[in-house]
Design a binder for this molecule. Structure first.
Ligand code: HEM
Length: 418
């Protein structure tokens, strides 16, 4: 993270919210969305100075989130990022217990070793290929089309507010089996939950409110399972073990933002890339087979989540840099995705780039459990827009549409005409 970014982030945290402020606006402000337009040149400069760097927190007056006894390292190069993410024994995820864990509970995100493997195996039952195919047919396509129907006759829309923002949260709520009348509250609470860094009490309140939404559904599905995610979690068995209620609530609390926040941002980023490069949008219209590559390029070029955290479990080294036990590592997925050692002209958005794996979904034991769902949702969104609006283009009267953000990145709006 860059010094100037840390300062603006601290300013955002310190600024009190207006009464009744929209939690989405507040979250965007706290994440530096709208303030940090392009962190990539500075990340590139840091990466060029070395793939792993010790950050001197004491030099950043007032910023010592890891405490004086610990140290912070930024991991920026492709090889170094992969090395850290592949070695979960050396680089633990347990540090999330003191951040997201405070409001989510003990989730797979913060588990290590055997505990993580067992829980992930149980939970993975809910994300089978068959389940995905059914969700695409019964949930994603109808939800996307219903949202597009609302603006289709208008000839203009904001694709963020009217499509990419509301769709993923409706999908995840539908997958869980939550009643439709609770979907708006579900979305608001999901955003409040990840705003824990700005307002701990609001995060805890959101956590309780989400549990209250889940509890009657879980009780009902334990007694009478249906075809939804909560039913699968309630009845999944691995080695004779089942998930207890708290483990299920914790996982559902994690899924609320994991499923909604990231997918909304990544699909917005891909749409921005295409609308800002009309020649590539045209190429995709002519050659639909390019769609999977376009989706991966969008994720590589502008991953919605720029960095994740790990903790060194022992004295070690990465890329020749010694790292002491207990040190926190900021693993920069965005910087790794633009490492010039791996991608030619990495800042360029290019859907015809020869495909090779990126780390937008991380890598190793904790690789995103929802990545196939996220890809499917993005594909359906794109297919629907291409099918229904053959002349979709950025609104020529719109001013300065761009992606911004520090940890979470996306455009605030995508005004289009068709
Ligand atoms: C483009 C959209 C998405 C992106 C870029 C993304 C990214 C990530 C990343 C980077 C991680 C690793 C976090 C870490 O280890 O520190 C992760 C984990 C996770 N993601 Fe996603 N995610 C996306 C969509 C989703 C969706 C749609 C779901 C589920 C509905 C989901 C569920 C999860 C879960 C459960 C984990 C924890 C896995 C574990 O710890 O073993 N994600 N995601």
């Amino acid at each position: 993270m860059l010094e100037s970014d840390l300062r603006s982030l601290r300013h955002a945290w310190a600024t009190p919210p207006a009464a009744e402020e929209d939690p989405f606006e507040r979250f965007d402000r706290a994440q530096g969305i709208g303030m940090v337009r392009d962190p990539y040149p500075a990340l590139a400069a840091m990466r060029a100075a070395g793939p792993v760097q010790r950050i001197d927190l004491h030099a950043l007056a007032g910023m010592s989130p890891v405490g004086p006894e610990r140290e912070l390292y930024s991991v920026l190069g492709w090889d170094a990022v992969c090395e850290v993410l592949r070695d979960a024994a050396r680089f633990s995820s347990a540090g999330y217990a003191t951040t997201m864990g405070v409001v989510m509970g003990h989730t797979i995100l913060e588990m290590d070793g055997v505990e993580h493997v067992r829980h992930r195996a149980l939970i993975s039952r809910a994300f089978t290929r068959r389940a995905l195919e059914r969700w695409e047919r019964e949930l994603v396509r109808p939800i996307v089309n219903a949202h597009v129907d609302r603006f289709a006759a208008r000839g203009a829309a904001d694709l963020v507010r009217e499509l990419t923002f509301p769709v993923p949260v409706r999908v995840i709520a539908g997958m869980m089996g939550l009643p439709p009348e609770s979907h708006d509250e579900f979305h608001r609470r999901a955003v409040e939950l990840i705003s824990v860094g700005i307002d701990l009490e609001a995060g805890k309140r959101a956590s309780r409110a989400l549990t209250e939404l889940y509890a009657p559904v879980l009780a009902d599905r334990r007694a009478a399972p249906r075809d939804d995610l909560i039913s699968v979690l309630a009845h999944a068995e691995y080695d004779g073990a089942r998930l207890d209620d708290e483990a299920i609530y914790a996982f559902l609390r994690l899924l609320a933002p994991a499923g909604a926040e990231t997918t909304y941002r990544s699909s917005s980023n891909l749409l921005f890339g295409l609308l800002a490069h009309p020649d590539q949008l045209d190429a995709l219209r002519r050659e639909r087979a390019l769609l999977p590559r376009a989706i991966e390029e969008g994720l590589r070029w502008e991953p919605p989540l720029l960095a994740i955290m790990r903790t060194a479990t022992r004295d070690t080294e990465v890329a020749g840099v010694p790292i002491p036990a207990g040190a926190t590592l900021a693993v920069h997925l965005g910087a790794a995705n633009r490492d010039p050692a791996r991608w030619a002209d990495p800042d360029r958005f290019d859907i015809r780039r020869p495909p090779q794996p990126h780390v937008a979904f991380a890598l190793g034991a904790h690789v995103c459990l929802g990545m196939h769902l996220a890809r499917m949702e993005t594909r359906v969104l794109l297919e629907t827009l291409l099918d229904r609006f053959p002349d979709l283009r950025i609104d020529p009267d719109a001013e300065d549409v761009h992606i911004s953000g520090l940890m979470f990145r996306s455009p605030r709006s995508l005004p289009v005409r068709f």
